[in-house]
Design a protein around this ligand. Structure first.
Ligand SMILES: Nc1nc2c(ncn2[C@@H]2O[C@H](COP(=O)(O)OP(=O)(O)OP(=O)(O)O)[C@@H](O)[C@H]2O)c(=O)[nH]1
Ligand SMILES: [Mg+2]
Length: 323
C-alpha cells in the first residue's frame, strides 16, 4: 500500500473523482477565466506586453512568482520554436508547461513501513481531523488497516469528533481523557498498532494549545515519542493548509516546516474558493509537494493531488469561453 487508493468503494477512478470535483473548483476557474479574458485574450499579438500581462494574470490568481516566471520564460521559447500562432494556443501551451512542472514532483505518500506513522499538523480549523477521517476511509477502502490516535487532547470536543470519523472509516481509535498528555496517547497508539499488526497509524494533533507549552514544542515532543518506538518515523508529517487563506498561509507553513520538517502538504477547502492558484505558489515557495487535496466535507472528498486534472479544472473556464 504505497499510495492512497485510486478507486473508492463504488469503483470510482481517480480520474472520475477529479472530473466530479472539478465542478467544485468553478469559483477559481471563473475568476481565472475572467482575468485571462480581460487581459490576455483581447490581444492578438504575442509581444512583450502579452507576456507581461500573462504574468500579471498568474500572479493575480495567486500562482506566485516562483512558478509563474520560469513557466512564462519557457513559454516564450516554445512560442518561437514551435511557431505557436495566437494567444489561445499560447495559453494551452502554458497549461502544459504548468502540468510538466507539477508532474515532476514526487507526491506519493510514504506508507511502506510497518507500521507507517503519519503525523497530521496545522493551525486550528484547517481540516486536520476531517482529513484524517477521509484518509482513513481511503486507506481502508484500499484494503489497508488503519488506527487513529487522538493526540489533540486540548479541545474538549476533539476526541469525540475523531471517534465519529473513525467509526465511519471503520478504523479503531486510541484516545485518552481530555487534557491528557498527547505524547502518552501516541505512545499507546503505536504500541497498540504494532501489537495488532496495523499498517498505518494516523495521528491527529491540536491546532492551538491552551496550556503553557507552545504548540511546536508539543508537536516536536510527539515526534520524539514516535522516534523512540519507530526509529525511522514519523514517515509522513503532513501539514494541513486551507486554500481560502491564500498566501497568508506561507508564514504559518514555514514555522511548522522549520520546527518539524514537513514532508507533504494537504490543501483543504479548494471547493468554493477563488484562490485556486495558491496551491502552486505555496508548493513552490516551500519546496514541499502537495500530496492530498480536500474539496468538501464528505468522507469521499479527499484524494491524491493530480496536477493535470487540477489544471484542467482551473483552465476549464478559459476553454469554455473560447471553444
Ligand atoms: N468545504 C470544505 N470544508 C472542509 C474541508 N475540510 C474540512 N472542512 C471543514 O472545516 C472545519 C474544520 O475542520 P476540522 O477537521 O475540525 O479542522 P481541524 O484542523 O481538525 O481543527 P482543530 O481541531 O480545531 O484544530 C469543519 O467544519 C470541516 O467540515 C474541505 O475540504 N472543504
Ligand atoms: Mg481537529
Amino acid at each position: 500500500m504505497s499510495r492512497v487508493a485510486s478507486r473508492d468503494e463504488q469503483g470510482e477512478s481517480r480520474v472520475a473523482w477529479w472530473r466530479r470535483m472539478s465542478r467544485r473548483m468553478d469559483k477559481a476557474s471563473e475568476q481565472f477565466a475572467v482575468q485571462v479574458q480581460d487581459i490576455v485574450l483581447l490581444r492578438r499579438d504575442l509581444d512583450d506586453s502579452f507576456y507581461d500581462d500573462l504574468l500579471e494574470v498568474l500572479l493575480a490568481a495567486d500562482v506566485g512568482m516562483a512558478t509563474a516566471e520560469p513557466v512564462i520564460t519557457t513559454l516564450r521559447r516554445r512560442v518561437l520554436e514551435e511557431r505557436i500562432p495566437d494567444a489561445e494556443a499560447a495559453l494551452m501551451a502554458l497549461k502544459e508547461e504548468m502540468v510538466a512542472v507539477l508532474e515532476a514532483r514526487d507526491r506519493v505518500l510514504r506508507l511502506d513501513a510497518r507500521p507507517s506513522v503519519v503525523l497530521v499538523v496545522g493551525v486550528n480549523g484547517n481540516g486536520k481531523t476531517t482529513t484524517i477521517g477521509k484518509l482513513a476511509h481511503r486507506l481502508r477502502t484500499e484494503g489497508g488497516s488503519v488506527l487513529v490516535a487522538a493526540a489533540d487532547t486540548y479541545r474538549a470536543a476533539a476526541i469525540e469528533q475523531l471517534r465519529v470519523w473513525a467509526e465511519r472509516a471503520k478504523a479503531p481509535v486510541v484516545a485518552h481523557q481530555h487534557g491528557a498528555d498527547p505524547g502518552a496517547v501516541v505512545y499507546d497508539a503505536i504500541q497498540a498498532g504494532v501489537a495488532r499488526g496495523i499498517e498505518v497509524i494516523l495521528v491527529d494533533t491540536a491546532g492551538r494549545l491552551h496550556t503553557k507549552a507552545p504548540l511546536m514544542e508539543e508537536l516536536k515532543k510527539i515526534q520524539r515519542v514516535v522516534q523512540r518506538l519507530v526509529p525511522d518515523g514519523p514517515h509522513e508529517t503532513l501539514l494541513v493548509l486551507e486554500a481560502p487563506t491564500g498566501m497568508n498561509a506561507l508564514t504559518q507553513a514555514r514555522a511548522f516546516h522549520d520546527a518539524l520538517g514537513v514532508t507533504g502538504l494537504v490543501l483543504t477547502k479548494l471547493d468554493g474558493t477563488a484562490r485556486g492558484g495558491t496551491l502552486l505558489a505555496i508548493e513552490a515557495e516551500l519546496g514541499i509537494p502537495v500530496k492530498l487535496v480536500g474539496m468538501g466535507e464528505g468522507i469521499d472528498d479527499l484524494n491524491v493531488f493530480d496536477p493535470r486534472a487540477y489544471l484542467d479544472a482551473l483552465f476549464a473556464g478559459v476553454l469554455q469561453v473560447h471553444s
